[in-house]
Design a protein around this ligand. Structure first.
Ligand SMILES: [Zn+2]
Ligand SMILES: [Zn+2]
Length: 176
């Protein structure tokens, strides 16, 4: 996504809105995520030598539960706001990729366009949950018997606890 700066400046501090909805761009992907949908709402306005970018990101993507390893759709969203400083001196003929990288690391921008791909990619990555769960109370997999505890019972303990048996014994003794 890129923002045409002369248009922003023309609005003299009034926000200009941009929207995006579609597949998660390939370069956003990290190993743990699969196909998914992304929607973005971005407002940009000029303020002195800065461009203030704010908005909301929402995504749904194929993930794997970190506890039970079952596939599920992970949803997350994040609000963001950032001030990009306009740096005079660089021209629009500079390599766009270089400008984008610069925008990401130093939050500066030059030329006629502000490139937001790298910035939005970072917002996207930070918004993700690192150990996603298919549901908050996912019971996972038993380390002992391998049972999927969401759908079947653990088979590790078919016998009652030793303590419980001891208590039973005591009960019997007292009853005598
Ligand atoms: Zn799970
Ligand atoms: Zn078990």
């Amino acid at each position: 996504m890129r923002i045409y700066l002369p248009e922003i400046k023309q609005h003299k501090g009034e926000p200009v809105n941009f929207q995006f909805a579609g597949k998660i761009p390939e370069h956003f992907s990290v190993s743990q995520c699969g196909e998914g949908h992304l929607s973005l709402e971005v407002a940009a306005r000029s303020s002195g030598d800065k461009v203030i970018v704010s908005g909301a990101l929402e995504a749904t993507m194929d993930s794997e539960c970190s506890r039970c390893l079952q596939p599920f759709k992970q949803s997350f969203k994040s609000d963001f706001q950032e001030a990009f400083t306009l740096v005079p001196g660089l021209s629009a003929s500079d390599d766009p990729e270089l400008l984008a990288a610069e925008a990401a690391n130093q939050l500066t921008v030059a030329g006629d366009y502000l490139y937001l791909d790298e910035y939005l990619r970072q917002v996207f990555i930070l918004a993700q949950v690192y150990n996603p769960l298919c549901k908050p109370d996912c019971k996972g997999i038993c380390a002992g018997c391998g049972a999927e505890l969401n759908i079947s019972a653990c088979r590790c303990k078919t016998e009652p606890e030793p303590d419980a048996r001891l208590a039973k014994l005591k009960e019997l003794e007292h009853g005598r």
